[in-house]
Design a protein around this ligand. Structure first.
Ligand SMILES: C[S@@+](CC[C@H](N)C(=O)[O-])C[C@H]1O[C@@H](n2cnc3c(N)ncnc32)[C@H](O)[C@@H]1O
Length: 209
C-alpha cells in the first residue's frame, strides 16, 4: 500500500470534521437512486469503494441491504464511518482497508453485484492505475453486475483534497470500461460543497456483459 497516500487521507480525515469535507453529503440521494435502479436483491454483494465516511452505507442498511463492503485506503475514515452506526449495524458491514492502485484484500472479493465509486476513480491520473482498477473490476464483478461511477466532469475542478484529478465524460468513462461493459445510465449533477462552491460531476451506471 502506498503509505504516503494513506497518510494523506488519514490526515485529511483526522483533521477535518465530517460535515466540512469537500465531498460531504448529508444524504447520498443520487447514489442510492442509481443503486436501487440496479434492482438487485437485498442480499447481493454491494461494494462502496473509497467509502470514506459516507452515509451511503447507513442508508443502504436502512433499505435492508445485508451484504455490504466498505473499502477505503484510510483506516481513520472507516473507523469514523463505523462510529456513525450502532454495533449491530457495524457488524453487518465488511470493512476493508485497501489501496485500489495496488489491491490485495479487494482482489479476494467475488461475485460482486453492485460496485459504487463516488469521487475515487478520478484520482487515478496514471494509466497504469486505471488499468489495475479495470483488471480488478473484470475479476470481481459478476456477469450482469453493475458499476456505478461518479467522477468530476470535464468542466469540473482539476484538484480534490489537494490531489490532482482526471476529469471525465460519459465518453471517456465508456472508453475506460470498454467492450466488457455496457452503459445503462448517465447523468450530470452539480454538487454543492460545504463551502458553497459547485462541483460538476458525471454519474454513470455500467453493466458487465
Ligand atoms: C473524495 S473522497 C469520497 C468519499 C466517498 N466516496 C463519498 O462519496 O463521500 C475519496 C475517498 O477515496 C479514498 N481513496 C483515495 N484513494 C484511494 C485508493 N487508492 N484506494 C482506496 N481508497 C482511496 C479516500 O480515502 C476517500 O475516502
Amino acid at each position: 500500500m502506498t503509505s504516503s497516500l494513506k497518510d494523506h487521507w488519514n490526515k485529511k480525515y483526522t483533521n477535518t470534521p465530517i460535515t466540512q469535507l469537500g465531498w460531504y453529503e448529508s444524504k447520498s440521494q443520487l447514489s442510492l437512486q442509481l443503486i436501487e435502479n440496479c434492482a438487485v436483491s437485498k442480499d447481493s454483494v454491494v461494494v462502496d469503494i473509497g467509502s470514506g465516511v459516507s452515509v451511503l452505507i447507513a442508508s443502504l442498511l436502512e433499505l435492508g441491504y445485508v451484504n455490504l463492503y466498505a473499502v477505503d485506503i484510510s483506516d481513520v475514515a472507516l473507523e469514523k464511518a463505523k462510529a456513525l452506526l450502532n454495533q449491530e449495524q457495524t457488524a453487518l458491514v465488511h470493512w476493508i482497508v485497501d489501496d485500489i492502485t495496488n489491491p490485495t484484500n479487494v482482489l479476494q472479493l467475488q461475485n460482486v453485484n453492485v460496485w459504487h465509486d463516488r469521487a475515487v476513480f478520478h484520482f487515478l491520473t496514471e494509466e497504469q492505475y486505471r488499468q489495475t482498477y479495470h483488471s480488478l473490476l473484470q475479476k470481481v464483478i459478476m456477469p450482469g453486475g453493475f458499476v456505478i461511477m461518479a467522477a468530476f466532469a470535464l468542466n469540473g475542478a482539476t484538484m480534490c483534497s489537494g490531489l490532482p484529478v482526471q476529469r471525465h465524460s460519459v465518453e471517456s468513462l465508456s472508453e475506460f470500461f470498454g467492450d466488457g461493459f455496457k452503459l445503462i445510465q448517465s447523468l450530470d449533477y452539480t454538487y454543492q460543497m460545504p463551502s458553497g462552491d459547485l462541483r460538476p460531476y458525471v454519474y454513470t451506471r455500467f453493466q458487465k456483459i
